[in-house]
Every structure is written in structure tokens, then in C-alpha cells.
Design a protein. Structure first.
Lengths: 280, 471
């Protein structure tokens, strides 16, 4: 078994656990909930082993670097972070119902990593700019932030789904947590993501300063990460002072995630800049 | 951020009537204007507006390439658009007057709104929460009321009961007694730390702009310089010392990918070598507050030939491709007559070498490879290397540690602002006329109310069980 096989399997296991969660939501079968969670946990374990193996393989190839250095690896790590965070939220807030919204995001990340033609899956050595101890700190903090924003968006989607559904008589969303709980969860995951994004931007700035002599050069990636940071800062302010919660917060969570996705993928695909090594 | 005003409507009301409170004089037009300006700069609307403006205008600079020449913009966007860009400073928008203007508005807004709201927060921090009437407690969002027999109330150790929440303060009055657990009152400062941290970062960035510089220099191997060129306008900047590039090398992976760019730099001051260091991309050299970063390189159609005659000192020669050079004292003539490579990079070079009247030797050498050549009965260690210039990014930024301090403060402030809350639990014991004691359990928090409500519920249930079991 090598890491490529394990990570390939992960794509399908996340697909399967997405389906389990959707099934659970549609048929309101609470009994399957444990199965879905258990399966997702196993899938996460497989992915974790896959990631560790990839790390080990890089050492065997004489390269020796953390598996966090190109688009493929970042997508895999993104999926991993989403699942870790999702399972934590599920456990902490005792709600399995957000699975059908969150787990498919991890599947999509894995599927994109595995099947997009432009993405190079090989373990290649590091270009000089990436040979830094800040690499791991920067990537890990950013992706914890991204994953939290992904969960917030999933919760936002769920919130909108539930408010729309509640108007009907035969509500399908009785399994979903009550709206105030959801609203609170969106807010919390957003705050969590905001702090990690802040740390991610700061570690990036320190790294940039030690590599290029400027902690901030308004490169498109930097600028977009700042735009995303501003977006969430505005959202958090609007919630505190204008009382923007409920549907509005849900919509903002989705818009914020769109900004995250643009920062993460859009900038690499559409704009040029210093982060070009993340593009393939 | 302004949780405090949200939580305490009375505080807002007090703020709104401040003009009449703090200004006993007739409202002059000027005072009124100042008041209006103050309210404007203290408003959250302005904060949201300026953040939106900065975020939206920032997008322009990610779409329109920055720092190119006017001709390039004309070529790409057409004459009219390019002129329009020029008028609005779009080519250098992040240092344009209007972008700085927006940042200034944000900074003023941060200062004014913090000053405006801080006194309220400080009052809440300093407030004596023990000075509260049972009626106020009964009106709180989290409240439970029990009535138990007086001996039972006396039998319970209330300090002990509240211990899991924290140490309780106690006050007694004519009605009975009041216990208070008051935790995390200083967490109300978190938001101000965050605002302060952003200002600190701005100040650090400003100091860097005013007292620092960003420049670069292309320095050929074996050459030295005492000045670099400004990034903005290529104006020469004196260093105050000399930096010398001893060598520049590129290491490759087996795949042909670049593994490392390495420059061996030496700092020379008043004719003395004071510091030597190999720099690579993530490991710069710093001397007297000026930092040298490995940033680029340029290959030249020239070679460095390093000759060490057996048993004597080496000597370095820099010579153009296909040009003969002479080392008079040793009677040596040599040159690079051919080279193979990819692009501008020479992978191997063909050396022509003649000692005295002996036979000329020709030899293919890999770049930077050292070989021993025998000519005219003598041995010579010879190394041939393509000549490169190392591209150095040179910066002096006295504000960088202030910026880092601001960043640290930002993260700490965010943690305090979001994860710590000012939580208060009151337990009031009031003697009733019928030999009973009325217990009011009340709680208040400024953040995370759902979780607080659960904690409060738990506590209330504990209290209920306690009073029932002992009764």
C-alpha cells in the first residue's frame, strides 16, 4: 500500500460517507447516524495514514518534506482539516445532522485533487523559496482557518435550508439542530476560522519577510487573504452591532466561503503572483 | 466589538445624551459640528464602510498588474484606460494617496470609536457587581427563584456551592446576604487590544516606510558594492559599508529542478572583513540593521578560472568567453574556448591551457569542477566556473519588530475578545417574614450566551436538588 492508493481510497470513502449522511437526513433514520460517524472516522484514519505515508515516502526519496507543498497536497490537507473539524463539532455539539452539508465538501476537495487534469500528484522536492520552517506553520494555520470557514458555510447552507423548510407542513429537517443553535454554531466556527486565518496571514508575513525582505507586498494572494479577513471582520462587527444573525449570517457565511475559495483556488488559477508554486 | 453597548442599552442611552450632560453651555454651531464629526468617526457604520472600501478597492490591484510602465498599460488596456489608471494611481494603488486616505480613515475610526466606547467598558469593568438590588437580579435573562426554610438555608455552605464557578465575594445587608462570582471582567478589554494592535501594526509599517528602505543590487561574483538601488525609483542608497560577493552557486536536484541558490557574502568595513556568511533564499544576512536576501541571479558569458600551481597560492581570473588570458609570473596562458549548456547556463566548459613552452592542453570540465592538469612537467589544480551575478534584495526596516509585536497583540486580543467572557453569577439570600429564605440565582455574561445559559441551567438544577435533598 502506498500513500497514493490510500488517498485514492479516501476520495471514495468520503463520497460514501457523504451519501450516508444525506440518506440519514432524507430518511430521518437516527439509527444510521452512528454508522455514518464511524465510517467517516475510519475514512479519516485512512487519510491520516495516507498523509503520514506520503511524508515517509518523501524521506525515502531523499527529499524529506511535509506533505503540504503543492495544490494536490493542500487539497488533501484541506479535506482532512474539514473532516477533523467536522467530527469535533459533531462530538462537541452532539449534532450529526450537519454531516450532509460538511462532508461532501471534503469529498469535493479530494475529488478535485484526484481527478483534475492540471494537478500534479507526484512527490516533488521543494523549490528554494519553500525551504523554510515557516512552511508547515503557515499552511497548517491557513487551512485550519479555511476548514472552519467551510464548516461555517455548510452550517449556513443548512440554516437557509431549514428556514425554508420550516414553512412547509411536512418538514424534512426535524433532525437538524434548532435555528438558534445553528446560528450560534455558524458564529463560533466563523470566529474560530477568523483567528486561524489571522495567524495564517501573520505566519505568511513573517515568512515573506525572512525570504524576501518584505512582510507585505500586496501580492494577489496576500491581498485576497486580507479581503477575506476584512469580510469576516465586517461580518463579526455587523453581528455584534447591527444584530445581523439568522438568515443574514447564513448568507454571509456562504459569501465568506466564496471569498475563501477565491483566495485559495481563484488566485492561483486566474491571477499571477508570488504564490505560483501553489498552482499545480 | 461593541458588545458592551449592545448588552447595556442604558449605556447607549447615556452616551446619546452626553452632549447635554457634558456641555452645560448653549450648543454653539462649532461645538455641534465637532460633536457630529466625533459621532461620525466613532460610528460602526464608518468602520464597516471603510473596511468595505479597502476590501473592494484592494481587488483592483490584484486584477490590474502593479508597478509596470505606462507603455505596458497602454499596450494591455489601451491609451484611454491607461491614462485613467495614471490619474488614479492604479499602477501603484497600494501606495496611492487615496488608498492611504482610506487606511487613515480606518485608523482614525479605530482610535475615535475606541476612545468613545472605552469609558463605558471601563465603568463595566470597575462596577461593583455586589451593589445590586434583588429586583434587578430578578429582571435578568438567567434567573431562578427558590423559597426554602431558613434553617436549611443556613445549613448550606454557599461558598462551597459556588466554588466550581470561582471564588465568591460576599456582602450582607438588611435583607440578607449576596454572593457574587465575577470572572473575566478584564476580557472586556479584548476588543480594545485588537483595535490597538491594528494601530500598532500601522505605526510599525509607517516607521518602516519613513526610516527604512527597500532596494536591490545585482552583484557579480568577486565584486563589491557600497550602495544599492531603491525599489521605487532606482536611486542609489549608500550602505555605509561594503558588501562583497565571493561566490554564487546554484545546486540542482537530479530532476534538473533548482535545489538551492547560494551566495557567499562578505561585509567589508574600513578595509577589514567583519562578517562572512552564505545566504540562501530563506536565510538572509543581517548587518547593522540592513538585511541582504537572496532574490535572483544572472549568468554572464564569462568564466572564473581558479588556478593553484602545486605547492603555491591560488589565483582567480575572470575572463570573457573565448578570450586568452596570461599569468605573467608563472608563464601561463589559458582561456575557455568552448562551452555547453542550456539557455544561458554553462554546464561544462572547454579549457585551453598552456604552461611555458610546453604543449597546450585542452580539457572539458564540468561547471565548478576542480581537476588537476599537468603541463610542462608541473601540476596545476584548476577550477572553471561560469560567472554569475547574485541578485540581492536589500532592506532596512526598523518597524518590523513593532509590526510583529502588533501581530502578537492582535492574536492575543482576538483570543481574549472571543474566547473569554465576563461572567457573573449572583446568589441572593433574602429573609422572608414566614421563616423562609428566598433564594435568587441570577447570571449574566457578555458573550456566548447559549453556552452560558446551559451552565446556568446546570447550576440551577444543582441548587434545586440540593435544596430538595436536604429538605
Amino acid at each position: 500500500m502506498d500513500s497514493a492508493q490510500l488517498l485514492g481510497i479516501t476520495t471514495f470513502t468520503y463520497l460514501f460517507s457523504s451519501l450516508l449522511y444525506v440518506f440519514l437526513l432524507v430518511f430521518k433514520t437516527q439509527r444510521l447516524a452512528r454508522v455514518a460517524t464511524g465510517f467517516t472516522a475510519v475514512a479519516l484514519a485512512v487519510q491520516t495514514i495516507g498523509l503520514i505515508l506520503r511524508w515517509v515516502e518523501s524521506y525515502q526519496m531523499g527529499i524529506g518534506r511535509a506533505p503540504l507543498t503543492n495544490m494536490y497536497e493542500s487539497l488533501v490537507f484541506f479535506a482532512w482539516s474539514i473532516i477533523v473539524l467536522y467530527l469535533y463539532v459533531e462530538r462537541k455539539f452532539a449534532t450529526r445532522a450537519i454531516g450532509p452539508f460538511a462532508v461532501p465538501l471534503a469529498f469535493l476537495a479530494m475529488a478535485y485533487a484526484s481527478f483534475a487534469g492540471s494537478i500534479d500528484k507526484s512527490i516533488s522536492p521543494l523549490v528554494p523559496a519553500l525551504q523554510s520552517n515557516w512552511l508547515v506553520a503557515h499552511v497548517v494555520t491557513c487551512f485550519i482557518g479555511y476548514a472552519a470557514f467551510a464548516i461555517a458555510a455548510a452550517l449556513g447552507l443548512m440554516y437557509l435550508f431549514k428556514t425554508r423548510d420550516q414553512a412547509k407542513t411536512a418538514a424534512r429537517t426535524t433532525l437538524l439542530p434548532p435555528l438558534p443553535t445553528l446560528d450560534d454554531l455558524i458564529h463560533k466556527t466563523m470566529i474560530f476560522g477568523f483567528i486561524w486565518l489571522s495567524v495564517g496571514i501573520i505566519t505568511g508575513a513573517i515568512w515573506a519577510n525572512s525570504a524576501w525582505g518584505t512582510y507585505w507586498s500586496w501580492d494577489p494572494k496576500e491581498t485576497w487573504s486580507l479581503i477575506t479577513w476584512f469580510f469576516y471582520a465586517i461580518t463579526l462587527h455587523a453581528r455584534y452591532t447591527r444584530g445581523w444573525n439568522g438568515n443574514r449570517l447564513a448568507v454571509l457565511a456562504l459569501c465568506g466561503f466564496a471569498s475563501v475559495l477565491f483566495t485559495y483556488l481563484g488566485v492561483n488559477l486566474l491571477l499571477s503572483g508570488l504564490h505560483s508554486y501553489g498552482a499545480s | 466589538m461593541f458588545i458592551n453597548t449592545l448588552l447595556c442599552p442604558w449605556a447607549v442611552a447615556r452616551r446619546h445624551c452626553r452632549p447635554t450632560l457634558s456641555n452645560p453651555f448653549p450648543p454653539f454651531a462649532f461645538m455641534k459640528l465637532v460633536q457630529q464629526m466625533w459621532t461620525f468617526f466613532a460610528s460602526v457604520q464608518l468602520a464597516i464602510f471603510s473596511l468595505c472600501c479597502i476590501a473592494l478597492t484592494s481587488i483592483i490591484g490584484t486584477v490590474v498588474p502593479q508597478g509596470e510602465t505606462h507603455a505596458e498599460y497602454v499596450a494591455r488596456f489601451g491609451e484611454k484606460t491607461a491614462t485613467f489608471f495614471h490619474i488614479l494611481d492604479i499602477p501603484r494603488m497600494y501606495s496611492s494617496w487615496w488608498f492611504y486616505g482610506l487606511l487613515t480613515v480606518l485608523a482614525i475610526n479605530l482610535v475615535v470609536c475606541s476612545i468613545d466606547r472605552f469609558p463605558t467598558a471601563w465603568r463595566l469593568i470597575r462596577a461593583d457587581s455586589l451593589d445590586i438590588s434583588p429586583a434587578r437580579l430578578a429582571a435578568m435573562a438567567n434567573v431562578r427563584r427558590f423559597v426554602i426554610k431558613a434553617p436549611l438555608a443556613a445549613a448550606i455552605d454557599w461558598q462551597q456551592f459556588l466554588r466550581p464557578l470561582g471564588r465568591a465575594q460576599q456582602a450582607s445587608n438588611a435583607h440578607g446576604s449576596l454572593f457574587l462570582v465575577d470572572r473575566g471582567r478584564y476580557s472586556r478589554l479584548g476588543v480594545y487590544l485588537v483595535h490597538l494592535s491594528i494601530l500598532v501594526i500601522f505605526i510599525g509599517a509607517g516607521i518602516g516606510q519613513l526610516f527604512g528602505f527597500k532596494g536591490s543590487v545585482m552583484l557579480p561574483e568577486q565584486k563589491e558594492t557600497d550602495q544599492v538601488f531603491a525599489a521605487a525609483d532606482s536611486a542609489p542608497i549608500p550602505l555605509g559599508f561594503t558588501v562583497r560577493c565571493q561566490s554564487f552557486t546554484i545546486a540542482y536536484y537530479d530532476s534538473g529542478m533548482v535545489k538551492e541558490y547560494r551566495s557567499h557574502l562578505t561585509i567589508v568595513e574600513e578595509g577589514r572583513e567583519v562578517l562572512s556568511k552564505d545566504i540562501v533564499v530563506n536565510s538572509p544576512l543581517q548587518y547593522k540593521g540592513i538585511t541582504f536576501y537572496q532574490s535572483s541571479y544572472k549568468p554572464h558569458p564569462e568564466f572564473i578560472v581558479d588556478i593553484t600551481p602545486a605547492g603555491s597560492a591560488p589565483k582567480l581570473f575572470t575572463l570573457p568567453f573565448q578570450e586568452e588570458r596570461v599569468w605573467e609570473e608563472r608563464g601561463l596562458r589559458f582561456g575557455v574556448i568552448n562551452a555547453e549548456g542550456s539557455g544561458q547556463r554553462a554546464v561544462r566548459a572547454k579549457l585551453w591551457f598552456k604552461a611555458g613552452d610546453g604543449e597546450a592542453v585542452t580539457r572539458w570540465l564540468a561547471d565548478n569542477e576542480s581537476v588537476t592538469v599537468s603541463a610542462d612537467g608541473k601540476d596545476y589544480a584548476i577550477r572553471v566556473k561560469q560567472l554569475y551575478s547574485t541578485g540581492l534584495q536589500v532592506a532596512r526596516d526598523p518597524g518590523v519588530w513593532i509590526v510583529y509585536g502588533g501581530c502578537l497583540l492582535l492574536v492575543f486580543g482576538l483570543y481574549v475578545a472571543f474566547f473569554l467572557a465576563h461572567r457573573r453569577f449572583w446568589l441572593s439570600l433574602g429573609r422572608e417574614d414566614n421563616g423562609c429564605v428566598a433564594i435568587i440565582l441570577a447570571g449574566a455574561t457578555n458573550k456566548n450566551k447559549l453556552a452560558f445559559a446551559r451552565t446556568f441551567e446546570q447550576l440551577a438544577e444543582d441548587l434545586q436538588r440540593r435544596t430538595e435533598s436536604e429538605g
